[in-house]
Write a protein that binds this ligand. Structure first.
Ligand code: PLP
Length: 399
């Protein structure tokens, strides 16, 4: 386990009311929120109830502005490059909508990209006749950067879209190398960092991404129903805009004209939950106050400990996490039991896990010969005892 003092772990757990009631190993679904996040949301809802929604927004204007700085700090960008949107899927769809597509254009993606991303690409293909080309995988798993380079040179694609960490396994794809290639080849790079943000430090400059999509509720520990999109200066300066800007992202200036917001705000919509936005800001502050490098290592090592114990303690289990680098998501298939049933039985013991079904990753699951997997995703605030309890409980269920 990484060097994390027990005082530090106690503090994280004391900050997290849910730790006293649940063994929460579903951080890739939605993590437990720490108290500052919960308070930020409650306080704003109370204010809205007291003085009215629009009035509360005005009263909280400074704190709302600070949320953008907090999110920007989290990923090493500037405030003007951040758009706050409903979730990671909306962030990705807003980014995809900014490009012009013509018949026979190409988008390059990966075999393990998130299911909604794959569906959006298939929909674009059906509407515009574009080609979706998926990079080959490395033998150890994850898109091969050399394959991406070859495909870029062959197809000169409109863009590359990649999920850094897929939803259904512990694989970390090589976003840095692929971002470098995209930049060298002058191809826009959209990075889905939904499962990465809050799990380890992120620097958008190092990643060379043009768009980065994320959600608050997963490893970042924010609330459900809010996320963000980073947009690079390169894309802003090229004048790219979402297909449907609204009165927040643009101003209607004349019967036939509108003026875009100068920054990434052009990707936002006017109506938004300010309580959730403040919760996102508080989650970003909380993450910024943590040594994410160390915390991320702890979470990844808890995951590795889970993998080892699953294999050692439980016959007939297949651990399905591949890749050069693995994160805090563990995926496992069982010979005789469906993960859906295991999740329910574990939940009765207050142990939270989740299921990824075949449709969460059709290509990946087919390659792994799995119809669905049990997903176990610890965070830095989980303990070795909690993993041991989970293994013990699972082995009792299976036996
Ligand atoms: C890799 C990945 N990308 C995108 C998403 C979508 O996030 P959201 O539900 O916030 O749109 C998820 C959600 O599980 C995910 O795992």
């Amino acid at each position: 386990m990484p060097i994390t003092s027990s005082d530090q772990i106690i503090k994280w757990r004391n900050d997290t009311p849910g730790c006293s009631t649940s063994n929460h190993l579903n951080n890739a679904g939605a993590a437990l929120m720490p108290k500052p996040v919960i308070d930020a949301i409650h306080n704003h809802i109370d204010l809205e109830a007291e003085i009215g929604g629009y009035e509360a927004e005005e009263a909280a204007a400074d704190r709302i502005a600070d949320c953008y700085s907090s999110v920007a700090k989290l990923i090493g960008s500037s405030t003007s490059n951040i758009a706050i949107v409903e979730n990671a899927t909306v962030a990705t769809s807003q980014a995809l909508s900014a490009f012009k597509y013509r018949q026979d254009d190409t988008i390059i993606t990966t075999n393990v990209d998130y299911a909604s991303n794959q569906i959006m690409l298939l929909s674009l293909a059906a509407r515009f006749g574009i080609n979706i080309v998926r990079a080959d995988d490395l033998p150890e798993g994850g898109a091969d950067p050399d394959s991406v380079l070859k495909l870029i040179r062959k197809h000169r694609p409109t863009l590359v879209l990649m999920s850094w960490i897929p939803t259904n396994s512990g694989l970390i794809q090589d976003a840095k190398s692929i971002g470098r290639i995209c930049r060298d080849e002058d191809v826009p790079f959209i990075l889905d960092a939904c499962q990465a943000v809050g799990q380890f430090p992120i620097d958008v400059d190092e990643l060379n991404c043009d768009f980065l999509a994320a959600t608050a509720r997963k490893f970042l520990r924010g609330p459900r129903g809010i996320g963000f999109l980073y947009v690079s200066d390169r894309m802003l300066n090229q004048g790219l805009e979402p297909l449907f800007p609204d009165t927040h992202g643009a101003t209607w200036t004349a019967p036939e004209a509108y003026r875009l917001e100068p920054g990434a705000k052009r990707y936002e919509n006017w109506e938004s939950s300010y309580a959730l936005l403040l919760g996102l800001g508080a989650a970003a502050d909380y993450a910024n106050g943590i040594d994410l490098e160390m915390a991320g290592k702890r979470a990844a090592e808890l995951a590795e400990y889970t993998r080892e114990n699953l294999k050692a303690a439980l016959p007939g289990v297949r651990v399905l996490d591949f890749g050069r680098e693995k994160c805090a998501i563990v995926s496992a298939a069982f010979e005789k039991r469906e993960p859906e049933e295991l999740v329910l039985l574990l939940r009765k013991q207050k142990i939270n896990t989740s299921v990824a079904s075949r449709t969460a990753g059709v290509i990946d699951m087919r390659a792994k010969k799995a119809t669905s997997i049990l997903r176990i995703s610890p965070h830095y605030y989980n303990t070795v005892d909690e993993i041991d309890d989970f293994i013990q409980c699972l082995s009792e269920i299976l036996n």
